[in-house]
Design a protein around this ligand. Structure first.
Ligand code: FES
Ligand code: FES
Length: 200
């Protein structure tokens, strides 16, 4: 039946089960055997905080922690990390309570347009997990694979230094939010009021 049936011209690989622990939760999804981790995380697992910047390994936007080590998910085959513990930017906060690195990026202007921010946050947290007293040179080295077109990097380094001080217990972290923000439109937005003379 012309126009009804889709006949694929290029055979696509069949999905096969892929499992890992993502942000502390065991996940199992179907993915092609040659799937790239970035695609699996975004399209199958739903962790859209993992950003696709260049897809070439040059921008760092897609950085995730794999067994504690920051890696570029666009250059990682999902099959290589089967069963691994993966942390994306969504896994840094504790529910509604932001991690110190997240609040410090906000308070120090480490994020402007925000597109690079998930990758920076994950790379920075990986550094702080290993070293809570990094020098500015060590911070610069830890984020050298992450590109930012907005901030000029100084604010990012300031933010990581500030978060390190919180990790060391020298500075109080920001007050955590007690609960997630409620949905302002739980039953959907109301119909807008139209000015007189306008048809609905
Ligand atoms: S999207 Fe992976 S490094 Fe740019
Ligand atoms: S905040 Fe815009 S690219 Fe970094």
């Amino acid at each position: 039946m012309v126009g009804k049936e889709h006949v694929s011209m290029i055979p696509t690989p069949k999905g096969q089960p892929w499992s890992a622990k993502v942000n502390g939760t065991p996940v199992e999804v179907l993915a092609p055997s040659n799937a790239v981790l970035l695609d699996v995380l975004r399209d199958k697992v739903g962790t859209l905080g993992v950003k696709r910047g260049c897809d070439l390994g040059t921008c760092g936007c897609c950085t995730v922690m794999i067994n504690g080590v920051p890696k570029l998910s666009c250059l990682t085959l999902a099959g290589q990390v089967e069963g691994a513990e993966i942390i994306t930017v969504e896994g840094l906060s504790n529910g509604a309570h932001l991690a110190p690195i997240q609040t410090c990026f906000a308070t120090h202007g480490g994020s402007q347009c925000g597109f690079c921010t998930p990758g920076f946050l994950v790379a920075s947290q990986a550094l702080l997990n290993e070293n809570d007293s990094p020098s500015r040179d060590e911070i610069a080295t830890a984020i050298e694979g992450n590109l930012c077109r907005c901030t000029g990097y100084q604010q990012i380094i300031d933010a990581i230094e500030a978060a390190a001080a919180i990790h060391r217990g020298e500075v109080e972290g920001a007050e955590p939010a007690s609960s997630p923000h409620p949905d302002p439109h739980p039953s959907g937005p109301e119909e807008p009021t139209m000015p007189p003379g306008h048809a609905k």
